[in-house]
Design a protein around this ligand. Structure first.
Ligand code: HMG
Length: 445
């Protein structure tokens, strides 16, 4: 059976930078440590006046197609995952295709286009759809373009405002991929939850604390399901563990629970037993509260062990290298984590060819999905060409007053006019409204 996976990736960040410690925290009357240490975030990426989910998605896709030497006829499928869509009928993928057709010869008239929605997990679901389409042999030699693009804005003064972000990740899905192959085994944890939702409104209604509990509960279910479906969860058998990263502090909480689960009944648990005892087993307790106390105590001790700290530093920490500078990109977030982990590994000279990653995706509402990926021979070359760290450096840092205005510019209920803070250079830009209320785009040389 031909292997299928991600052949290439490109990332495009919103061009404005809101420094959370220096600019946002003082204006909110908060201690900067809440952002940098507690949440684990330094800054948010925000879109300039002429940027949106279409421009960011199209700009990432253009770079990807050019680098891979592709023309529109090579693409049989374009799926956009987003929770920032501005149209209930016409999918964002049609707008992206329209943009790309301005700069490439040929067209995407025979590509199947769609839009996927399930909060942040829809990026991974789109990846799945593309994988299944190719594995089913319906692609006729063509490749799929998957784009995860969001402007993750919250209402002003919502606690979620600290975790905002904006950007796009474009991925090319193909046979015999250069970057990673996707494993067949998957684990799901899914339930009808009302923790974060946008009932026909732009900014989410969020129960922040509950959303964190739901994230952990669904991840746990997904992990159990993944193992039951034959997935390998031994910590020594995966080099990186990219998670959906709304903010690194969330993943810090999830990682120790995941590690605890994965070492159960392994030699790692045995080796740690002398230092911290064995994991309390539910069946050994009559009283549920007593079990919870015991398992919490064990987890706290586990987090302090050298074995855990070393595993975390190697497997999880590197995956934050992008998100800690850009915030939550919703559908793109776990895909940033994968790219960041690989970029850091490359810089550290790690040889990852043939090694696995355990990828944990999540979307509010709520669903977690876990699968493994195997890193391919071309990974280093693919990751080397990413320019996301340069883009991050080049962002225009904004004042708090500029932030207030730019938030209004992107608020669908406001009609704020504002001059752009940056100049477009070789990219697609939003260019006003059409006769039927459609958004219009042009390419600026
Ligand atoms: P909050 O309640 O304002 O923050 O908002 P807090 O007071 O809980 O502080 C945050 C952390 O900073 C805490 O750490 C504090 O102790 C610490 P913890 O105790 O949890 O480990 N802290 C400090 N540390 C060092 N020095 C200091 C300091 N002060 C405080 N001086 C909240 C936090 C996450 C609730 C908020 O940002 C929010 O509502 N975010 C949006 C929801 C969210 O991101 N949820 C995450 C899980 S759901 C998810 O991932 C899905 C999502 O991506 C959407 C989708 O799927 O589409 C959101």
């Amino acid at each position: 059976m031909t292997e299928v996976g991600i052949d290439g990736v490109e990332i495009w960040t919103g061009k404005l930078k809101l420094d959370l410690a220096e600019t946002f925290a003082p204006a909110q009357g908060e201690d900067p440590g809440k952002y940098t240490k507690g949440l684990g975030l330094n800054a948010s990426s925000l879109p300039d006046v002429y940027e949106d989910i279409v421009t960011m998605g199209a700009n990432a896709s253009k770079r990807l197609m050019e680098r891979k030497g592709l023309s529109p006829e090579d693409i049989g499928r374009i799926d956009v995952a987003t929770e920032s869509s501005f149209d209930q009928s016409k999918p964002v993928s049609t707008y992206v295709a329209g943009c790309l057709e301005q700069t490439f010869d040929g067209d995407f008239h025979h590509a199947n286009k769609g839009e996927r929605k399930f909060a942040c997990v829809s990026g991974t679901q789109s990846l799945d759809d593309a994988y299944n389409w190719i594995r089913a042999g319906r692609n006729q030699g063509r490749k799929a373009l998957v784009i995860a693009t969001d402007t993750a804005l919250y209402a002003r003064d919502d606690p979620g405002e600290a975790t905002q972000g904006a950007g796009a990740v474009a991925m090319l899905i193909d046979e015999d991929p250069d970057l990673v192959t996707l494993g067949d085994e998957q684990g799901f944890g899914s339930a009808d939850e009302t923790d974060f939702l946008k009932p026909n409104q732009q900014f989410p209604s969020v129960d922040g604390k509950r959303s964190m509990q739901v994230y952990l509960a669904r991840m746990r279910e997904a992990m159990i399901d993944f193992a039951r479906n034959g997935g390998d969860t031994h910590p020594d058998n995966f080099e990186l563990a990219p998670f959906h990263t709304p903010f690194p502090g969330m993943v810090r909480k999830a990682a120790v629970l995941g590690y605890r689960h994965c070492i159960r009944d392994t030699e790692i648990e045995d080796e740690l037993a002398e230092e911290i005892g064995r994991q309390p087993r539910r069946e050994a307790f009559d009283d549920h509260e007593a079990f919870l106390d015991a398992i919490t105590e064990y987890t706290d001790k586990l987090a302090e062990t050298t074995a855990y700290e070393e595993w975390y530093a190697k497997t999880v920490e590197p995956t934050f290298a992008i998100s800690r500078e850009v915030g939550n990109w919703y559908t793109g977030s776990v895909h940033l984590a994968r790219a960041a982990g690989l970029a850091e590994a490359l810089e550290d000279g790690r040889d990852l060819t043939g090694r696995n990653m355990l990828v944990s995706s999540y979307g509010s509402g709520a669903q977690a999905e876990i699968h493994a990926e195997t890193i391919q021979e071309g990974w280093a070359e693919e990751i080397e060409q990413l320019n996301i760290f340069e883009q991050i450096e080049k962002r225009n840092e904004i004042t708090f007053e500029e932030y207030e205005s730019i938030h209004d510019v992107h608020n669908h209920d406001e009609t704020t006019e504002m001059e752009p803070l940056t100049s477009p250079d070789g990219e697609f830009v939003f260019d006003g409204w059409g006769r039927m209320g459609e958004r219009k785009y042009t390419y600026v040389e």
